[in-house]
Design a protein around this ligand. Structure first.
Ligand code: XIL
Length: 356
């Protein structure tokens, strides 16, 4: 008993104080806006360390894959909310905000949807039913949704082509092909009808390097405002790397913030293996560059996005080993704030310092 008490006492000291006697704070304790991560239900269930880090450090979660169409809507007339429910129960039990991701996208298209045959009225019904069923299921529990994800190509045109990429994923923009570009506006309307209080985001990547895409997105927002389409915010994913130009980040944040909408850095990660080489070594100088870039993103977000529009910064995954760059893109990289053992990295300290 004595030993247990001593252990608990020591553990509390270790958890609360660094070796220099300074209290160790957590991201959510010091951040002026919500700090989030995309989470994975399997890791949450099977890895206690992962669960501890998510619980201690973050105040918001994004449902990484579990509410994408391919997972949540596996058959035309069947939905599977089991994994989504698990994440949401966890978040609500721990006082975390939940950001739902995503209602319409060109990836994670289930087989039944890919094969669906019907006229445009039938397609419209599918879009409406999908959105309204998923949003209604989480009404009052999910605070915000990425309604449409990645609708534009880097050249600023609407994504609509069928592409068989080298990974043999069939990326088809079904909604655009069958319903025209205004499916985007209607997706927002359907989501709003299902939960009038939920905040609705348009989420996109590459705004920091593609001026054309950024311009197309801003034009769409302008049009939505004129037509009173219920859009509350914009997600800038920020899958960037240590070489991403600072001017590009500044330009994107400035222009997105000028819309007056909420701005969410929604999928932050900073890759270091920019040439995607095998046998890559994460050297001290690369660690320093990554830390600098993480701090830069936070500083610019605080500076360029007015306080009332700061919806928060969300990292895409938690520890380096679970980054989508590794599990999905299959490259060696170390793009996150925590290492493969969920220990804080050098860039964590830089990120935290910039947040304060
Ligand atoms: C990624 C997930 O992280 C992977 O696990 C999945 O296999 C593929 O999708 N932009 C997005 C996210 O909006 O949904 C993507 O997530 C990463 C890029």
């Amino acid at each position: 008993m004595k030993y247990t008490t001593a252990f608990v006492f020591l553990w509390t000291i270790i958890c609360n104080f660094s070796i220099f006697g300074q209290p160790i704070s957590t991201l959510k304790a010091i951040s002026p806006f919500p700090i989030g991560c995309a989470i994975n239900p399997d890791l949450l269930t099977n890895d206690q360390l992962y669960k501890n880090v998510v619980t201690n450090e973050f105040s918001s979660i994004t449902t990484e894959n579990v509410l994408k169409c391919g997972t949540v809507h596996p058959k035309k007339d069947a939905y599977d909310f089991s994994k989504g429910d698990l994440l949401i129960e966890f978040a609500l039990a721990n006082n975390m905000r939940v950001h739902g991701h995503c209602l319409a996208w060109h990836v994670s298209v289930p087989k039944w949807l890919n094969e669906f045959q019907g006229d445009s009225a039938a397609w419209e019904k599918l879009l409406q039913q999908h959105i309204q069923t998923v949003v209604s299921h989480y009404k009052g529990k999910i605070t915000s949704w990425d309604v449409v994800n990645e609708a534009f190509k880097d050249d600023g045109s609407y994504r609509m082509d069928t592409i068989n990429d080298e990974k043999k994923h069939r990326y088809i923009t079904l909604w655009r092909n069958h319903l025209g570009t205004d499916y985007i506006a209607r997706a927002f309307i359907y989501a709003h009808k299902a939960d009038p209080k939920v905040l609705l985001f348009y989420n996109e990547f590459a705004q920091e390097y593609s001026k054309e895409k950024l311009a197309a997105e801003l034009k769409m927002v302008e049009d939505f405002k004129k037509r009173n389409i219920p859009i509350s915010g914009l997600g800038i994913q920020m899958h960037i790397n240590i070489d991403t130009k600072e001017e590009g980040i500044i330009n994107a944040l400035k222009k997105l913030a000028a819309t007056g909408l909420l701005i969410h850095i929604s999928e932050l990660d900073i890759a270091v293996n920019t040439k995607k080489v095998d046998g890559f070594v994460f050297t001290d100088s690369l660690k320093a560059l990554q830390s600098k870039k993480f701090a830069f993103v936070v500083q610019q977000y605080k500076k360029l996005v007015p306080k009332k529009q700061q919806y928060g910064i969300t990292c895409w995954n938690v520890g380096d080993a679970d980054s989508w760059l590794i599990t999905w893109n299959k490259v060696i990289d170390y793009p996150l704030l925590f290492d493969t053992n969920y220990q804080r990295k050098e860039c964590y300290e830089a990120f935290a310092k910039a947040l304060k």
